[in-house]
Design a protein around this ligand. Sequence first.
Ligand code: G6Q
Length: 566
Amino acid sequence: MLFDSEIDRQVRAGTALPETAPWRALAAHQREVAGLHLRELFDRDPERAQRFSLELDGLLFDYSKHRVTDGTLRLLIELARASGVPEAFAAMRRGDGINWTENRAVLHIALRAGGDRPITVDGTDVMPGIRAVLERMRSFSEAVRRGEWKGFTGRPIRAVVNLGIGGSDLGPAMVCEALGAYADGPQVRFVSNVDASDFVSATCDLDPAETLFIVASKTFTTQETMTNAHTARRWLVEALGDERAVARHFVALSTNRGAVAAFGIDASATFEFWDWVGGRYSSWSAIGLSIALAVGFERFAELLAGAREADRHAFEAPLAANIPVLMGMLGVWYRNFFGAASRAVLPYDRYLRRFPAYLQQLDMESNGKAVDRDGRALGYASGPVVWGEPGTNGQHAFFQLLHQGTELVPCDFIGVVNPAHELGDHHRKLLANFIAQTEALMRGRRADEVAAELRAAGIDEDALRALVPHRAFAGNRPSSTILLDRLTPHSLGMLMALYEHAVFVQGVVWRINSFDQWGVELGKVLAGAILGEQERLLAGDAVDLSRHDSSTQALIERCVARRASG
Ligand code: G6Q
């Protein structure tokens, strides 16, 4: 890491992170405030909601329903400062190699920076290259949307299929879904899994003559994506009867020009990006081409502008009034001082239904790490499990555990004031539930309140005593409320970028590299080996599987045997 914070110096001098002064202060403070109930905090301070809310361009971040006092926030901000959060933001902006295990800068912020300010990586300004690719994305997406880009047989493109996985799928798929109300171009679908059902179900009703495939792969070597790309090429060429059709029906989004050319996609149909764009941070790059095709380049540009607004806020707002800093530090508070192992993300908007899956990758792939900057085992918790489903559906499924289970699960409630579709009183009901859940989690229902209710309903005292413990809720369950005036490309861009920065803030505090993902490598290597073994077994060769454990060996054998006999 290229900056040296106060905590870095202490840790390098031998003090374990939880033993540094800001951590110890927080641990002591936690013991003081853990017994406080949120009801009490609200009762004590009628201004709490106003004081513990921030606003950014039509986005409200209400963090008043968190188990924090002014003192807690002071200490959390002190920890952020001592951990070097401001220096880390500065290092990111300078294009320093903050992804040090891969020796790379982390500059997704440059993709949406706009303007003429140079941003350099190794002395080279990356902005002209970014502008050139954006311009090509604009003209290509407009040509397709206007029907000027024709398929091989002269027909316009009516369907686009993005072939990509992980960061080359989750972001653009989420955005296309979230901006569904703005979709006015060709229909856009996403195929990610190597499971053939994914390809078949996405293409079974498409006309090859009117279908454009986007091969979205930073490395252009990913097994799933390349398998789908080859299948797509066969599907197209068989239908259209001519290899030359590929030129009109395939484009590539990649940093690996050589592999793209080897696949047969021309440089003129290749939209490049750069190694300083991490997969899960790549929706802002050429990887967003599917978004521009679905909703138009202008709206893609608005998405970038929203993210730029969030960047400006993250880099300029004081730490104590900085939304992503607070989001990140509240996460640290529960993870490290309350032992909360997971966090729920609950969008009350159907268009945001893929947001939890997107965020799951952003957060868990970034902060699911167990060694620190210096390569030592952490000895404290890093990223939590992130999960969620849209409301109100979740209320009828897993909210029981959120309200009365033994786990503390901090929640992010994300809502939209003005809906995409006005239909009777649907939206008022949706918002009523959205708000009520945060209140219910916070307040709970005390035993005396339950008893009074049961008595009023005429329940006899014996039954009442038996029922009260089951019907009481402890409450004091924390949540953030993020409320957008509207779900627009701009507000979505802000929302995504705020979460990106919150994840970064946590990574800095935990002293981990949020931008690598070595943990996904081992499975890939082993899958390659097992694939080879399976193929040789199916061809009738004798294969020595003894290097595997008995479970793995038996599973390989069973898959081959059942397949051969089936
Ligand atoms: C994201 C990860 C990972 C990556 C996929 C696809 O940050 O790096 O999810 O996006 O493995 O990789 P390619 O784009 O190279 O196919």
